[in-house]
Design a protein. Sequence first.
Length: 293
Amino acid sequence: MGTVAPDAVTFFDSTIHGNLTKITWVHAVNNLKKLNETLADESIMMVEADIVLGTVGNSSEIIPIMAHPPNNTSDLSLADFLTAMVKHKKKGVKLDFKTIEAFNASLELLTKHRENMTFPVWLNADILRGPVDADTEPVDAKQFLSLASKTLPESTLSIGWTTKYGIVKMTFSANYSEAQIDEMIKTVSNISQPITYPVRAGLAAGDITVWSKLLNNTVDKNATLTIWSAEGDKVDVDQLIKLIQEVGYDRVYVDVPEKLQKQLAGSATAASISTFVLLSSIFLGNILLASLF
């Protein structure tokens, strides 16, 4: 029997060597076809999937299913999803609960599989209202944190803010406020589980200082950031790279669309080359000066 819900850093250490940005992701694994494709792909490390209450197939029974709102039907139940992941054992899971009702209905399944979940398990929910005047109702923070601690205390809590940003919301510039950061620090003050804070790339890059404050004030929870982005979000790539570098590669997961991932890699490489050229120029200049004297 392996460790129940080990942290992702330890589980994938032989591949990432402490660099959390190297962890690879797949999103919205909410149907059988995508689940089977994901399990067959050895390059994928973490599997994100959404849980709502709904029905599977022709059944009228309301149960936890894999789907993203507004969908409430699927060909994949949470029960079958967890069974498949437990059998596979090689990938971590990020379970994104869209409502407290969906989480409550899932507790029995999480308890059933707990001892056999020997891979990273993240329990995700947006528990606080965030930028920009977000109108999505957060998942009840008190209930979610309490039930997560009782049901799967080994799990990593992936807890963040609702957001209003991007093409759909017609909002393209803002950032997380210090008041929102302070509210999160207060909310998790009595939590002992490891925490990762999912933050939206286009908003997070607006003010880097708040993230140092958040992580430093919750360091006892091995706190990290998980930077995510939706397709079409406006993101300042250079600022985002600066955020990642300042917070540290050992404290930032990067879970973004492929296009943004490539932009980050390209800009980071360009920055590294520029630094190398600058240092080389200084080094050669020093040699030249030494030869003159």
